[in-house]
Design a protein around this ligand. Sequence first.
Ligand code: PHE
Ligand code: ZN
Length: 868
Amino acid sequence: MKDSASQPPVVIQRADYRPPAWLVPDIALDFLLDLSATQVTATLDVERNPAGDGGPLRLNGDGLVAQSVAVDGEPHSAWRMEGDDLVVDLPGEAHQVTIETTIDPTANTQLSGLYASGGLLCTQCEAEGFRRITFFPDRPDVLSRYTVTLTADKAAFPVLLSNGNPMDSGEEEDGTHWAIWHDPWPKPSYLFALVAGDLVATRGTFTTMSGREVELAIWVRAGDETRTGHAMRALIASMAWDEKVYGREYDLDLFNIVAVSDFNAGAMENKGLNIFNTRYILADPETATDGDYDGVEGVVAHEYFHNWSGNRVTCRDWFQLSLKEGFTVLRDQQFSADMGSAPVKRIEDVRVLRSAQFPEDSGPLAHPIRPNSYQEISNFYTATVYNKGAEVIRMMTVLAGSERFRAGTDLYFERHDGEAATCEDFVKAIEDGAGLDLAQFRRWYEQAGTPQVDVAMTHDAASGSVTLAFKQTVPPTPGQPVKQPMVIPLRTALFDRASGAHGGEHLIVLNEAAQTFTFDGFAQAPVLSLNRGFSAPVAINAPQSVDDLVFLAAHDDDAFARYEAMQQLVVQHLVAAVEDRLDDAARAAGRAAIAGALGAILADPALDDLMRGELVMLPGEAYLAEQLNPVDPARVHAEREALKAWLGTELGDAWRALHDRCSAVPYGLDAAARGARKLKTQALVYLAAADPAQTALRAKAQYDAADNMTDRQGALMVLCGLDGPQREAALADFHARFADNRLVIDKWFSLQAGSLHPKALDHVRALAQHPDFTLTNPNRVRALYMAFAANPQAFHAADGAGYALIADLILALDPINGNVAARFVAPLGRWRRIEPQRAALMRAALERIAAAPRLSRDVREQVSKSLE
Ligand code: PHE
Ligand code: ZN
């Protein structure tokens, strides 16, 4: 436990940054590895930092006890503990400090620092896990060269890995063996890693652009090596892509990836030794969906790209987290766009932003992409820092164009290679390298909240001119009541109604609270296509006629804009329905327009199925809820389901024909086959809403015929929402079939917790008692409870039972893993935007958590901010 209720929270401020008093150019780490008692000897070569304040050497610890401290080889007693930190007064300029600690990896259920995972030992040091291993200035602006000696029982831990290159190894007669690793690249402690255990490698090679051979290895448990092919292909493709697109070459002779089952996050970019959650490495057609394949490709690329954007250039302090994460997310998005369908990838990325980041930006945990303060840094690995951070840099690419942007990133890497840099350093390098003025643009780093852009179009038939009048506001967020206008680049096209074409795209750049732009040469009022490609991460309010939206959904040559028009058509209708603004005639007209547009999309021969699969997707309930304040989640759910059922009936023949056509496409990883699989399950989703009994048979047939996980999971997902023997049979078969595959059993939990079944909440309660459920595995916890918290009907049960369930989970999980527990607070924190009765119940659940006698710093921060 890091904290207790009696102590006031310590708030770390960005403005308080001071350079470290001492640097550690070299460190030697000696591990005597053992599952329950690992001995660590750390030898630090310390040097006074000329830029420091002349203070003592401060070595952070977290729950550590120093067994011995020596300075320059002599036992030393002139040190003291300040809280968890070990502080040594040192005269002079340079010393060698040696400290011994002993840690218990098995007791480490927080999975931060050195921990045991199914007999394996591994580390997770970002952000502040290294201080749970040894005393050290655990801050990213202290960069050291690491030499690591690992000693362990050879039978239990045949493989010993750390960062960099293997230098030497050997065996002793007592059954132990040892390995020495050296990483020539200075790095902050959060990039340190070790792994020891019984693992097998899939190997590959990559020849870099300057002709160096790099050995690649992906380490997994025996039996899993048949599922590493996709990850290896993704790694090799990432290495080639980063050379071609960003000019970045890999810089060691070896690149290792290890997959572990117990992991708090997705993966970690430790230098030369990435450690992954198994779910982002293991994939084969039988056990992984197309979405899982994309996840593997994207995360492998993301961690690899960190080698430059994160490792070679790292962060000065944790407030700069978006420096590495925002940029690296942009890079992995660009990579995945190049590997597959760029428009579909863009739509998926925007969907994630809108369903995860927009709600964060409009809630109590809103923060700028470069936060100003935190209590627990683990709470700031957010959709805002990651995904909005990527959008902000993407806007730079829109403003500069890709060539000039590349000149900017070249300058950034050249200027800051080997340094711990700031977001300001990045912006300055892009400014200088790309030749942009980003003075006002910097507000994207300072102001939280999603900018709202209102636009009105007027047309003057006499002069043929069109005027667009814009207003922008950035809503108030915690600590930021008043906002300044942002720079908002909007790719825009004006379509001629008659020809269906436009005369070229305009880049409109807003930078004032209110602005107008005029365009000439329009005999008729054009159809407005705005924020094409989602060029700015803003909410647009452009009251467009149903006719215009139908026109754009059918004709826009920007794929994202086409998707957007279809979404907007449905959003406008559902929001009006939820707000009780539709009489019978208006409801019928709205539905007919949507059915017409959807029918046209189903029939459009020019569309590929992957894109068609995007266009037929109804907007999610989280995004719909963002349009309403306060929102009644039950009404949103009911209206959306009713529309889905109506569309299922109205277009029933088309959905059945589509399902038949797609079911005939054989399995393959090509876009056509993937598109068919995506549409197949979407057809089932509409049909299930319209005709549950018949669709249960159709879904069960899809399940039984499935030769891949995409079809099987899709069918089971639909069946989970229905009642009847097909549901029970498929669930039982799925569990029996995959009983020994943890990642697939995670799906079994998720599908039931996220289902449309009216008893989903009861199902979750029962599943929490299932022998396969455990609170100690983050994947399993997320599989059950994140799926549940994202299931609006179940989570927002009118009596508050869903809120109580999540509060109970947080209280039970917090002592085990506060980091993961804190992730479940945000769904409850949305209470301010929910209708009053549910809001009171959500608040009560938060207050019950807040009243607990001991809470982790992680949960305490999120709960107290959510109640403010
Ligand atoms: N830095 C990791 C990434 O984004 C995420 C991570 C953060 C992993 C903290 C573990 C702990 O690639
Ligand atoms: Zn990252």
